[in-house]
Design a protein around this ligand. Structure first.
Ligand SMILES: [Zn+2]
Length: 638
């Protein structure tokens, strides 16, 4: 057993080949993302700790210290990861001093257990360490999830080290990682990618290049069909083709997203052009053909799979909350690698829609899958993880999503800004203090409810310096001023660059107008062809039955209805009041012969559209993101 020297926590994380690097010195002080973070600390984390105790995740560890251990609780061999993901979130709260005392007690208890339960050779997994377990360690690479477990342990350990200066978990993680490097030096991969991202982070934190080498091996080694499972085929594991030869994102959505994010982490350190090419190609194909308008990934409940190109049904969308996090992880790493604004656009879309919808307004109930439509007579009361009654659930038998939400909410401030030598880039707009290496900024905004952003320079370098502001892909007619005057600015590729000699007190105002937008679908996307979805700023909207005087299935939106929509503030959010049409189907037949002319009369009604991420907080009723248009009102489709 070796336990390498662990360095003290570093400042901003630098990568060898990234175009930009993250700014870790961001503190959110107000606005929606700040509210989410606070809700995470006050509601979601205490709830999650309670659920982890009740479900046996903690007892699964402590029982191993008994001479005759009680049976493992739960069906899956990866339940330790729910502790790890929670610890990762707690590290942010403890490091920032916003955690309550019971949170510290939980953290101390679990870290202490992990130190004591870890096997002498470094192995750690409460399912397989049970002498009575049905399988032995390393026996089942396809389904064992042992390296997936290690990955989440490492991520928690790195967070604790970076945010709290606590190296106890890092020592545990290093011991397990060293065992894995020695065991998997020549061959083998894990059925669930995750360790790739984590090993690169461990390399960044310890300086041990062997971890990076091993991460690259795991990416390169995949695709031989070596992973076996009685139910799932090779593509489920992304093991049917080498990563660089995948024609499209495929298989299990979370596995695919984690693998791509891990490959992007390897790229950030190696600059491998073949990896860059594959990642960019897969990304562009995914965005063009496989993402829901909410940013959700994965259209099939079967195998939790991504599905074919343009296979994007609304009511059967799987769009797992963990897959939303996977896409954000991938997006952020691609942004760091390239500086490309298009990756941040997708990050933002996922964050405000496919991810945020996974948590209830109170912060104590979760969606596992995130459909874009609920039928009025929807029935799914048993068996499935969610989608039945109640809509969101307190916990799941496979509870991967809730603690994943916890850790992500805790670290949202890490995704606000980035920098490179001579420039700071503002990627996300939220009320915050940004402490980059050379520039300190105070940002104030009502985003995403309005698009006015005020940035005040608090600390400036002597030399001319670039303040680079992201222009979201949806934004038009954007204006910017510096100290009230139109500045010399370069607008290119989704960024506005302001280069000047800054002084403390300089004020930048950015205006991102937010009219209501109407979105259609690609003609190949059969499920929503001819329908319209409303959006404003980064938010996708939906209509719930409570807010429509007619069945939401009968609502019909024309162009004029959308242009004239009223934008109204209500209960801390912005809703859209839309004068719409209502039209019963012209025939009850499932497949009527099409009339050659428009005949259906339209009845005028008013409906209210609310942000999609807030749906399902007022009881289970019908909901739609995609609404009929006159073209689909029994008339011949064009
Ligand atoms: Zn999940």
């Amino acid at each position: 057993m070796t336990s390498k020297q662990v360095k003290p926590p570093a400042g901003a994380v630098r990568t060898a080949a990234g175009a930009v690097r993250p700014v870790s010195g961001v503190r959110m002080t107000g606005g929606l993302l700040h509210d989410w973070r606070r809700r995470n600390s006050t509601a979601t984390i205490p709830h999650t700790i309670e659920q982890l105790r009740a479900a046996g995740n903690v007892a699964n560890l402590s029982r191993l210290l008994e001479p005759d251990p009680a049976p493992y609780r739960g069906r899956y061999p990866f339940l330790d990861t729910d502790l790890y993901k929670t610890l990762e979130g707690l590290a942010y709260d403890l490091g920032d001093g916003v955690a309550a005392e019971p949170v510290r007690e939980f953290y101390e208890e679990v870290v202490g257990l992990l130190e004591r339960v870890q096997a002498p050779d470094g192995y750690l997994n409460s399912f397989f360490q049970d002498p009575a377990a049905a399988k032995k360690p390393w026996e089942d690479p396809g389904w064992g999830h042992e390296l997936y477990n290690l990955g989440h342990l490492i991520q928690a350990a790195v967070a604790a080290h970076r945010r709290m200066g606590d190296d106890r978990l890092l020592r545990v993680a290093v011991r397990f990682a060293d065992l894995v490097v020695s065991r998997f030096g020549e061959a083998g991969v894990c059925g669930h990618p995750e360790v790739e991202m984590a090993l690169v982070e461990l390399y960044r934190e310890t300086g041990e290049r062997g971890y990076l080498t091993q991460a690259a091996r795991f990416v390169d080694r995949r695709g031989t069909g070596a992973l076996r499972h009685t139910i799932f085929s090779g593509d489920y594991f992304q093991d049917h083709l080498p990563f660089r030869e995948l024609p499209s994102v495929t298989g299990h959505a979370v596995r695919m997203g984690y693998l791509a994010a891990g490959a992007a982490d390897v790229l950030l350190e190696t600059g491998d052009p073949s990896l860059a090419g594959a990642l960019e190609r897969l990304w562009d194909d995914m965005v063009a053909t496989k993402l829901y308008i909410t940013g959700g990934l994965g259209s099939r409940h079967s195998d939790e799979a991504i599905g074919d190109r343009y296979e994007l049904p609304s009511e059967r969308a799987y769009s797992e909350t963990c897959a939303a996090i996977a896409v954000m992880q991938w997006a952020w790493r691609m942004f760091l690698a390239t500086g490309g604004a298009k990756y941040v656009d997708v990050f933002e879309r996922v964050l405000h829609n496919a991810y945020a919808v996974g948590l209830s307004a109170e912060g104590t109930a979760f969606f596992y899958d995130n459909p874009l439509q609920r039928r009025p007579d929807h029935e799914q009361r048993s068996g499935a993880e969610s989608g039945g009654e109640p809509l969101r659930r307190a916990w799941f038998g496979c509870p991967c999503c809730p603690p994943n939400i916890v850790r992500w909410m805790a670290q949202l401030a890490d995704y606000v800004a980035a920098e490179r030598d001579g420039a700071v880039l503002v990627a996300a707009y939220t009320t915050a203090r940004i402490e980059a290496s050379e520039l300190g900024l105070a940002m104030e905004t009502g985003y995403p409810w309005d698009g006015d952003v005020r940035l005040t320079v608090e600390r400036a370098p002597r030399e001319p310096y670039e303040l680079v502001l992201r222009v979201p892909g949806w934004a038009r007619d954007v204006t910017v001023t510096v100290n009230g005057e139109p500045p010399e600015a370069a607008a290119r590729d989704g960024w506005i660059t302001l280069r000047r000699a800054w002084s403390a007190g300089d004020e930048v105002r950015l205006s991102l107008p937010m009219p209501v937008r109407a979105h259609g679908s690609h003609p190949y996307l059969d499920a929503t062809r001819g329908a319209v979805a409303l959006a404003r700023g980064p938010l996708v909207y939906c209509v719930e039955q409570q807010d429509s005087p007619v069945p939401v299935d009968d609502l019909v939106l024309g162009v004029a209805d959308i242009v004239n929509a009223n934008i109204e503030r209500r209960d801390g959010t912005v809703v859209l009041r839309v004068a719409a049409g209502a039209a019963r189907p012209p025939s009850a037949e499932l497949y009527p012969e099409l009339p050659l002319e428009e005949t259906s009369p339209r009845v005028e009604v008013t409906a209210t559209f609310t942000p999609y991420f807030l749906w399902g907080n007022r009881g289970p009723q019908a909901m739609r993101v995609w609404v009929r248009t006159p073209a689909t009102n029994g008339k011949k489709a064009t």
